[in-house]
Design a protein around this ligand. Structure first.
Ligand code: 1GP
Length: 246
């Protein structure tokens, strides 16, 4: 159980990390295999598997396919307690601290615990913040909470720090999958400057240029989902950006 330890160690050494989010709903096996192979080639730091709504996708099969074809850690990014595969290596145990919906602060987590406690998954407590990046993303709709407004940098920074004070080990600020624009540089910088724990930024990162800005603003870890689905080469492009920082 050393995935978090390795992530935190790299960040302590001022390295930047890069993760690709795989949505089990959107995968056909041969395309998934190509994505996995590219992720192996460029050595992404970890896979995320999940999403806010997973309908016909099979999380177990997706995780299994990655584990069969890669040695890179696989972390679950669950939208609910139903989104757990014990075949993964770990789970971002999210609490939606930007919202005030008890189901996503503690409820769905409680429902997940019986399965988690008999699993070997590494549990990584993660403070999750949704930010309004111009459009109503699925995550915002499903959570039934108002996102943090785009320019409320201090609110985002204080919410993240509250998460740290509560013992969360990572902070993930997300515009939601398919966000129109990424989280602002100002919000990232202000949040990062108040935190001692790693900061993940995701949502709407569609180019290497944007990734450079997001890293420069202070993101420790960048996550891409949609961008890689539309253009697999983006995985390679952002890995080059990451490598230039390291
Ligand atoms: C969503 O942050 C992730 O939760 C990734 O977002 O799909 O917009 O890259 P995108």
């Amino acid at each position: 159980k050393d995935i978090y330890h390795n992530i935190a160690l790299k960040i302590k050494q001022e390295k930047k990390l890069f993760s690709v989010l795989i949505d089990p709903d959107k995968q056909n096996f041969s395309e998934l295999l190509k994505t996995i192979q590219l992720c192996n080639k460029v050595k992404i730091d970890f896979f995320l598997v999940g999403g806010s709504i997973i309908t016909n996708g099979n999380i177990d099969n997706t995780v299994h396919a990655i584990k069969e074809n890669s040695i890179i850690p696989v972390l679950l990014f669950p939208g609910s307690h139903n989104h757990i595969s014990t075949k993964a290596d770990g789970i971002l145990f999210l609490s939606l601290i930007s919202g005030r919906n008890p189901d996503f602060l503690i409820g769905t987590q409680l429902l997940a615990t019986p399965k988690l406690k008999t699993s070997k998954l590494e549990i990584i407590p993660t403070g999750y913040l949704l930010v309004d990046c111009g459009n109503q993303t699925t995550a915002i709709k499903v959570s039934e909470t108002p996102p943090i407004p785009f320019k409320e940098n201090e609110l985002a920074a204080n919410t993240a720090l509250t998460g740290q004070y509560l013992g969360q080990k990572l902070i993930y600020i997300d515009g939601g999958s398919g966000a129109e624009q990424p989280i602002s540089n100002e919000m990232i910088t202000q949040t990062k400057s108040s935190l001692d724990i790693p900061l993940i930024i995701g949502g709407g990162i569609k180019s290497a240029e944007t990734a450079t800005k997001v890293y420069n603003a202070g993101a420790d870890i960048i996550v891409i989902g949609n961008g890689a689905e539309k253009n697999r080469n983006l995985i390679e492009d952002i890995s080059v950006v990451r490598n230039n920082f390291n």
